[in-house]
Ligand binder design. Sequence first.
Ligand code: ZN
Length: 344
Amino acid sequence: MGGLFRTGISSYEPCFVVQSLKRENLVLSDEEKQMAKTLRIELNKCFEQQVKPFLKSLANKNLLWYETIDSKLKQSVFSESSWRNLPNLSGTYLLSDVIDQDDALSTQFYKDGKWIVSDYFLGAMIKKFGDDTDQIMRALRMFIFHEALHFSFQKLTENTAEGIGRFPKVLERADYEADVWAMFWEYAFSSHYNLTSEKSPQKFFEALHLSAVNTMWAFDIVESDPDEMQLRRIIRYLSLYFNLARILDRKVVDIVSIANQLGSAPIIDIKGLKLKADSEGRIIASFVEIDLPNLAIGVYHSNKVHRLGTFGEAFNVSNLINAFKRRESDSLIQFAKKIWELIK
Ligand SMILES: [Zn+2]
């Protein structure tokens, strides 16, 4: 498992958050470095005193992963073959892993069973989430669960990961599965330890989606040019915002209906943005050079094709692009709700 995350031209991106490692863009104050150190200690405490006992409590149950989380999920789409075969959280390598406490400057995220959460990684989160430690811990757990599925089960390992960003469709599917699976485990973990302040599963999954997009933004704000974004990353944001809109639908009332929404991956595309390949062959979309008459969203959902172009101010796709450019998460949520209203 050593050397999973490498740097340099052929670097593997831990795909939950980081699109490239432009560390020079992030300067941490002494106070922020101290906060990062405290967070590493907190994460270690959470991993040893909560995550591992939780994993041990799962290990003896001879149930499928979603039945372990909630027996009602037997009635959900997770019982279909594409979801059914995923492992329990206790079936990953996490029980024998540790959180590294020494290497604050590493460019790797995982090496020889050690999770290395660097000052850089934590610094981006501190700048986004401030001193909201609970929020950062939740984001770190979801990151670890997501990555654990990649290399414990999905065969996204050091042997297959190099340059994986140039297989956008393969990565999109692997990521989608890992996101949904990680969110349901965070739900189970938080229920187990009563960490939830949200009043309903719907509110809880809303919070998880906000955590996921805010974690992505934490790194985009530090690393990327606001005038452009990797196309794969735009689609990933759209998919998360779209799912947020779906689970906020009034018809979604319980854990089974949430599973049924998230269990069918949205297929979303966008046209009208000028595309180019970067030096590593990844597709980058411009938010400045836009072919306005052609700007539109395409969605395949519930066996139907939807083409959504601008119609007046009520649905103006330029506003969506401006929201990306200005990194306005709330506007993206509002836009995703409109997309959902139009196609559901
Ligand atoms: Zn990933």
